[in-house]
Design a protein around this ligand. Structure first.
Ligand code: DHB
Ligand code: FE
Length: 279
């Protein structure tokens, strides 16, 4: 049977992707931010999954006002890299895991969560920056990836509670797949940030560090936090953190923290990163 070996959380700031692609990771602005991923790159080389179930949000690259799925699962064979205005990033395309993705889709929909099925879409920085942070710059990504897109762009986003419960349904789905696969769940986006308006640049480290503690120890309580608290306390784009709750919902009640990194700022964002062992 397939099993979930670990959960990984990480922010996804687009400037991080540009720093990797342009060879700037050792420049003074970036050095500390990237240093927090050195351990993670070694860890994942020793703990390489067969498949990453990667929860992210699209930023008007694949979806726009013409279609806004709340939850969309990528069931295709492969996914091209989106052009976000400067041409697609020079990175390998993303190879999917269609058979497992279709199984998850079937199980989760029958568990009362409506998923949109996507066979063709381009993936943007929400998905590709986490890949670069964990895998560096390989010729091909070292495992299969199932993209799972969550709408946190057009109001209303799904609640933290719904995301946490969805994670549990995803776990049931993965654990009922009859192939012996090692699957990691990645929850991406966040932490505190606001990109526009009077409060642009807002960061709340106290909120972020408590969120990291709570997601380990008190995820059920954390899931109850309403949207407006993310917005008020941690900025409008902090709502991306509900995607960490999907990841957490798919893990055991008790997990152990393997690694934590927190760095302010990267562009306008507080970068948070955790590796959570689910064995
Ligand atoms: C930034 C952060 C994001 O989450 C995003 O999607 C775009 C930009 C930033 O900090 O620049
Ligand atoms: Fe974002």
């Amino acid at each position: 049977m397939a099993r979930i070996s670990a959960g990984i959380a990480t922010s996804h700031v687009p400037a991080i992707g540009a720093a990797v692609d342009l060879g700037k990771t050792q420049e003074p602005y970036w050095q500390q931010m990237f240093a927090g991923y050195d351990f993670s790159k070694r860890w994942i080389a020793d703990n390489m999954p067969d498949v990453v179930f990667l929860i992210y949000n699209d930023h008007a690259s694949a979806f726009g006002m013409e279609s806004i799925p709340t939850f969309a699962i990528g069931c295709g064979e492969s996914f091209d890299i989106a052009d976000e205005g400067w041409g697609p990033r020079p990175i390998p395309k993303v190879m999917g895991a269609p058979d497992l993705a279709w199984h998850i889709r079937q199980s989760v929909i029958q568990d009362d969560f409506d998923l949109t099925t996507i066979n063709e879409m381009d993936v943007d920085h929400g998905l590709t920056v986490p890949l670069s942070l964990l895998f560096g710059q390989p010729e091909a990504w070292p495992c299969r990836i199932i993209p799972f897109a969550v709408n946190v762009i057009v109001y209303p986003p799904p609640s933290g509670q719904r995301c946490y419960d969805l994670g549990k349904a995803i776990r049931t789905a993965i654990e009922s797949y009859d192939q012996d696969l090692d699957v990691q769940i990645w929850g991406t986006g966040g932490m505190s940030h606001q990109l526009q308006g009077e409060r642009a640049g807002l960061i709340n480290s106290e909120f972020d560090l408590k969120f990291m503690d709570d997601i380990i120890e008190r995820p059920g309580e954390l899931a109850k936090m309403p949207h407006k608290e993310y917005l008020r306390d941690a900025g409008s784009e902090a709502i991306e953190l509900v995607m960490w709750l999907i990841m957490r919902g798919a893990l055991n009640e008790r997990i152990s923290e393997v690694h934590r990194h927190y760095h302010v700022p990267a562009s306008s964002t507080a970068v948070g990163h955790m590796i959570l062992d689910n064995s």
